[in-house]
Design a protein around this ligand. Structure first.
Ligand code: XMP
Length: 512
C-alpha cells in the first residue's frame, strides 16, 4: 500500500479507537496495535508517527504495560497521550508521582512555549479534557515543559530534537477545544504527513487482508439488512465473491418490501451466495395469543437465533464466520452493563456445537459514519447505507398487544406512507428515527355517512445524538396533515392518526 501510516500503540485506554479515528479524519491512516507488539514488527512497517495511548495504570507499577525504550530511538516522531505521556517521562528517566488532587474533566491549560510545533494555532490558554491521578513531577533530561494547568505543572512536554511529544490531556476528545488542531499539528508539522489516505484505501487494504486471511476457504455471514452487516457483506463479496454465503432471515417483521429490497440488492449488485429464509408464517404462529412485550421480544429473539443458527449450520462449509460488528458494538458489549441490546443484536454469541476456522469482523475499527462512507464507496444503495436504526425484534415492538398478519400489514402500509411523505418533504436528514406504531386501540370515526370503529396509528419521530435521550421532532403541521390524510385514506382499517410528542425520558423511542 502506498499511503503513510501512523501507529496507535494501545496501552489499554478507553479512547484508543477515537484517536485512530481522529487521525483518519485528517486523511492519515492509523492502525492500532497492542503494546505487546514486538519492536521488529513496528520497525518493519515504516510508520511515519507513533501515538502512545492512555491507559488505566500507573507507570511506576511494574505490572503495568511498558515498552522497550528502543521505540523512542527509531527516529519516528512519537506523541504520548495521558498514560502514554507519563510513560515517555518514565522511560526517559523523568519522575512520575501520584497527584495530590486528581484532575478530571475540563481544565484550562496555559501554553508557555509559543514556538512549539505541536501548539501552532493554539491560543495561549485553552480548555482541555484531563483524566489522571498521576502526573509528571520531574521532566526527563532533554525535555521542556510546554504547558501547565493550575494543578498540573506539566500538562505537556517535548524533546523537539528527538521529535518526542507528550500531552497529559486527551486531544482526541471533543471537550479539548483545540485537540484536533494539536493532533493535526503532530501529523502534519511533526510527522510530515501528506494526508494521502482516503476511504478507497481502507477498502483496498481490507479486501487484500481478507483475501489473504480467507484464502480458498468459505465465509458465512448473517445479513440483517442493516447498515453494518450490509457493508460487511459488500466488502467480503469484493474480497472473495462466491466463497461468501450470506444468510438473511426474514421473520416477516421488517418494513414494507424491505426483505425483497435486501434480496434484490445482494443478488443483483454483488457476487455471493444469498440465502433467504422465509419464516414469516412460523413467527406469526409462535406469537399467537402473546401480548406481554417482554415475552414477545423473547420469542422473537429466541426463534430468530434458532432459525439463524440452523441455517448457518446447514450452509456453513467449515471456513469462517463473519459479522458486521462495528467499533461502538465492541465498547458496548465490553462494558457488560445494561446495553444488552447491541450485544444481542450485533455481537452474537456462538452456539457451542458449531465451530469455525475463525471470526471475521472487517468493520470492527470503524465508527458508524465511516461504515456508511465505505458502504457508499462499495456501491450499496443509499437507502441501505443511510437506513435509520431498526430494532432487532422489528415491527414486533411497534405492534402493541397480539401480533397478527393483518396488524403487520396495517403497520407496514402506514409506515410506508409516513416514510414517503417525510422523503417528499425533504426532512429525512433532520430526523434521527421515525416510524409508525400500531397501538392496540380502536376508536370511533366517521367515513362517508358511516360510523367506523377502527385502528389508531401513532407516528413517532425523534431527534437525538446518541439515543440515550431524545426529543420529539417538530415536524411541520402541513407535513403532519398530509401524513394523517394519506394514512386514513390509503390504509384499510385505520380511521385516526396521532403524533407522539413525548421526549426520552420519560418515554423511550420505541413503544415497547
Ligand atoms: P429505546 O426504545 O430504548 O430505543 O429508547 C433506543 C434505540 O434502540 C433501538 N432499539 C433496539 N435495537 N434491538 C435493537 O437492536 C432491540 O431490541 C431494540 N429496542 C430498541 C430503538 O429503535 C432506538 O433506536
Amino acid at each position: 500500500m502506498s499511503f503513510q501510516k501512523v501507529l496507535v500503540l494501545d496501552f489499554g485506554g478507553q479512547y484508543n479507537q477515537l484517536i485512530a479515528r481522529r487521525v483518519r479524519d485528517h486523511k492519515v491512516y492509523a492502525e492500532i496495535k497492542n503494546y505487546e507488539t514486538p519492536i521488529e514488527e513496528i520497525k518493519a512497517e515504516n510508520y511515519c508517527g507513533i501515538i502512545f495511548t492512555g491507559g488505566p495504570n500507573s507507570v511506576y507499577d511494574m505490572a503495568s504495560p511498558h515498552y522497550s525504550k528502543e521505540i523512542l530511538e527509531l527516529g519516528i516522531p512519537v506523541l504520548g497521550i495521558c498514560y502514554g505521556c507519563q510513560l515517555i517521562a518514565w522511560m526517559c528517566g523523568g519522575q512520575v508521582s501520584s497527584c495530590e488532587k486528581s484532575e478530571y474533566g475540563k481544565i484550562e491549560v496555559t501554553c508557555t512555549e509559543r514556538s512549539s510545533l505541536l501548539f501552532e494555532n493554539v491560543p495561549e490558554t485553552s480548555t482541555v479534557w484531563m483524566s489522571h491521578t498521576d502526573y509528571i513531577s520531574a521532566v526527563p533530561e532533554g525535555f521542556k515543559i510546554t504547558s501547565h494547568s493550575d494543578d498540573c505543572p506539566c500538562a505537556s512536554m517535548e524533546n523537539s530534537q528527538k521529535k518526542i511529544y507528550a500531552v497529559q490531556f486527551h486531544p482526541e476528545v471533543t471537550h479539548s477545544e483545540y485537540g484536533d488542531v494539536i493532533l493535526k499539528n503532530f501529523l502534519y508539522n511533526i510527522c510530515g504527513c501528506k494526508g494521502d489516505w482516503v476511504m478507497d484505501d481502507f477498502i483496498e487494504n481490507t479486501v487484500a487482508k481478507l483475501k489473504a486471511q480467507i484464502g480458498d476457504q468459505k465465509v458465512i455471514l448473517g445479513l440483517s439488512g442493516g447498515v453494518d452487516s450490509s457493508v460487511a457483506a459488500g466488502l467480503l463479496s469484493r474480497a472473495v465473491g462466491k466463497q461468501l454465503t450470506c444468510v438473511f432471515v426474514d421473520q416477516g417483521l421488517m418494513r414494507k418490501d424491505e426483505g425483497d429490497f435486501v434480496e434484490e440488492t445482494f443478488t443483483k449488485l454483488f457476487d455471493m451466495n444469498f440465502v433467504r429464509v422465509n419464516c414469516q408464517k412460523e413467527f406469526i404462529t409462535k406469537l399467537k395469543g402473546v401480548t406481554d412485550p417482554e415475552q414477545k421480544r423473547k420469542i422473537i429473539g429466541t426463534e430468530f437465533y434458532k432459525v439463524f443458527w440452523d441455517k448457518i449450520r446447514e450452509e456453513a462449509d467449515g471456513g469462517f464466520f463473519a459479522q458486521g460488528t462495528i467499533y461502538p458494538d465492541c465498547i458496548e458489549s465490553g462494558k457488560g452493563d445494561a446495553d444488552t441490546i447491541k450485544t444481542h443484536h450485533n455481537k452474537v454469541k456462538m452456539p457451542e456445537n458449531i465451530t469455525f476456522e475463525g471470526i471475521i469482523e472487517p468493520l470492527s475499527e470503524l465508527f458508524k459514519d465511516e461504515v456508511r462512507k465505505v458502504g457508499e464507496k462499495l456501491g450499496i444503495p443509499h437507502e441501505l447505507v443511510w437506513r435509520q436504526p431498526f430494532p432487532g425484534p422489528g415491527l414486533g415492538v411497534r405492534i402493541i398487544g397480539e401480533i397478527t398478519e393483518e396488524k403487520v400489514r396495517i403497520l407496514q402500509e402506514a409506515d410506508a406512507v409516513f416514510r414517503d411523505e417525510i422523503a417528499k418533504a425533504g426532512i429525512e436528514d433532520t430526523l434521527s428515527q421515525f416510524f409508525a406504531v400500531l397501538p392496540d386501540v380502536k376508536t370511533v370515526g366517521v367515513m362517508g355517512d358511516h360510523r367506523t370503529y377502527d385502528h389508531l396509528i401513532a407516528i413517532r419521530a425523534v431527534t437525538t445524538d446518541n439515543f440515550m435521550t431524545a426529543d420529539w421532532a417538530r415536524i411541520p403541521y402541513d407535513v403532519l396533515a398530509r401524513i394523517s390524510n394519506r394514512i386514513t385514506n390509503e390504509v384499510d382499517h385505520v380511521n385516526r392518526v396521532v403524533y407522539d410528542i413525548t421526549s426520552k425520558p420519560p418515554g423511550t423511542v420505541e413503544w415497547e
